[in-house]
Design a protein around this ligand. Sequence first.
Ligand SMILES: Cc1ncc(COP(=O)(O)O)c(C=O)c1O
Length: 433
Amino acid sequence: MTFDYGAFSFESKEDLLERSREFWNPGKTDFWVESGVPLVIDRREEYFIYDMSGKRLIDVHLNGGTYNLGHRNAEVVTAVTQAMAHFDIGNHHFPSLARTALAEALVRTAPPGLTKVVYGSGGGEAIDIAIKTARHSTQKRKIVSIVKAYHGHTGLAVGTGDDRFSKLFLADRPEEFPHVPFNDLAAMEEALHGRDVAAVIMETIPATYGFPLPDAGYLEGVKALCERYDALYIADEVQTGLMRTGELWAISKHGFSPDIMVTGKGISGGMYPISAVLVAEHAAGWLTEDGFGHISTFGGAELGCIAALKALEICNRPETRSMVHYISDLVGRGLREIQADHPDWFVGIRQDGVVMGLEFAHPQGAKFVMRHLFENGVWAIFSTLDPRVLQFKPGILLRPELCEELLDRTEVAIRKARAEARQGGRAGERVPA
Ligand SMILES: Cc1ncc(COP(=O)(O)O)c(C=O)c1O
């Protein structure tokens, strides 16, 4: 069977994988094939993705929340398609209709005090902008993040994360980017008390670390330390924003406004890349001193702004908020029932709204479950920085029948993964690194 897509064609899935290895990324292509998840996403709609083989999967990875509203959300598609009759990417040097409209909409729905918007084209770039903004504002260089943070792989963002990614490209700079353990206020104070820190950057719930929840009062304590030691607080809401915790921005549950807040992924509506940094007036000086300080041709592309305006509007609807509460109750309850049947294997559920991390009693447990989920028609990813934990991220508009189907399939996969883990994994098969 030939796969003909007009602009390109492949003879078979094998042909695609071979050419993917040859011309794109051999490491990634082999990793997924060897992991038992040889997924090549073809058709996609609602919360379904279809492998080239035709296999249908319910997507609870959502590319980190990019498909929060589903794949090819009809309202976002219509907004972008209609806009294409008038707009294109735009010219980043000039004031623009769509950029201004989105900036105003973001500020009006942001935690109080965030008054200016700077655009990027992806999350990493937005984190770089946040760091540059904090450095300009404080005239200090150090950025504190947590051990096992993930804020992206661009030039500055990569320094805030795990050594695995910074050392690969000789980009580790421990003097500039100290890391402290999560949920440890004493370690945070130790890092800040010299008053030489520009900002602390925190994911409101650290995604790639498997969504460990902040202890009660931890984030508030970090913010208080920032104030005491003249550092800014950067909230990375790339995965936790846009109603995933049942509030538009997860940080607003903690009763304070960050000095800088970053959004990405889902703000694109899954249709056109865009990211944004929201900045408090007291940190936004460079925008007046030299508005050209950060230049990005595609940052704030006008079609992206139109996708984002629609995504933000959908997230803000009262019925969307109710839906998130309904889904998180239903799925949370179902997961707890599954857990009750396998307490020695499925050892923890971390949950805030539809942000969920499922913990298993094996150092690579989430990889076993991921593979069985794939075989059973669900796509969810293990946590790179803690592979015991499966990231489980239902969409915020997931229909009740699909929630039930998801739970049924998840129960089967967890049961089979437990049996496999007890036998020490599949004979001859590599447990992926
Ligand atoms: C919390 C968080 N921040 C930042 C990023 C970087 O975003 P991007 O991959 O769009 O550069 C990610 C990506 O996974 C993320 O999870």
